[in-house]
Design a protein around this ligand. Sequence first.
Ligand code: ADP
Ligand code: MN
Ligand code: MN
Ligand code: MN
Length: 337
Amino acid sequence: MAFRAEYLWIDGTEPTAEIRSKTKILADGDEPGIWGYDGSSTNQATGDNSDVVLQPVRVVPDPIRGGDDIIVMCETALTRDLSPHPTNTRAAAREALETYADQKPLFGLEQEYTMLDVKTGWPAGFPEGGFPGPQGPYYCGVGALKIHGREVVEEHTTLCIEAGLKISGTNAEVMPGQWEFQIGPADTLEVADHLWIARYLLYRVGEKHDIEISLAAKPMKGDWNGAGMHTNFSTEAMRNEWDAIIAACDAMGEAGVPERHLAGYGIGIEDRLTGEHETQRFDQFSYGVSDRGASIRIPWQVEQDKKGYIEDRRPNANADPYVVTALLTNTICGALA
Ligand code: ADP
Ligand code: MN
Ligand code: MN
Ligand code: MN
């Protein structure tokens, strides 16, 4: 019987790229091959030369449709010579992993997000035109006055598991209507592919519940937490020795490196990295054990064990995971090589 393949790709929307998708019907036994789309409608081409090529790079079962249906994650390429499209950020992540695969880099991405009520445009749990009580009871909270949107979270988690994504946990966040899921540990490319697919599944669940998922870094001004994409990272050496943990932190603080990383960590980074709400200021770099006010946190358990991983707390929720994982792989593996 024929089946459906949902092709996913990253568009050229400024300043934050988004996921796009369309459906292809395949005949029984067909492989999902190269396809294309109208790049003039995604800020990736002009109308007179509009075709952009889709190259399948990872296939998972489609847990929304079930049966034989699949999700096909793609890279975008130019028709001219099939080289990566300029907006194809996965290509650089692929190169970074090819260069440093011997160091066995692993990531865990903590994707925070905010659920917006499509009728009010306000975060779930915020009364229309008003504000809920101050932050405190919501993080990992339980109960109808504290928690909003849990059914979306549960449906999304089930879909991620059924798609075979490396989802490792979920939690309610500090601001009402804000949640998190984690993907990892997985390598430079797999973690970012899985994160983009997980974002797609989350948006789809949101459609069903009239909830728009926002990855805005600071959706509510004032005394409300922003949304990040904390990036946990290790190499084989870091998983074995303390010296490599410290060398990795030092490499991240070298002259010019923090600025270069922040440029790839998403839009609105100055609004979120204020030095308040569990962040370090965007114009300062620091690392420390258990320090949620540092740029990079060394988890308590890692200091106990004298090995493990580090957490870069700076990437925004709206960051492109391909850009973030390529930066960390190149900077830290380059220094440890
Ligand atoms: P936090 O305490 O900051 O909220 P989380 O539990 O939300 O941390 O996320 C930690 C993430 O780090 C998880 O996705 C986990 O799989 C990942 N992780 C665990 N060990 C490693 C490792 N050695 N290298 C990279 N990532 C790791
Ligand atoms: Mn977390
Ligand atoms: Mn969090
Ligand atoms: Mn964290």
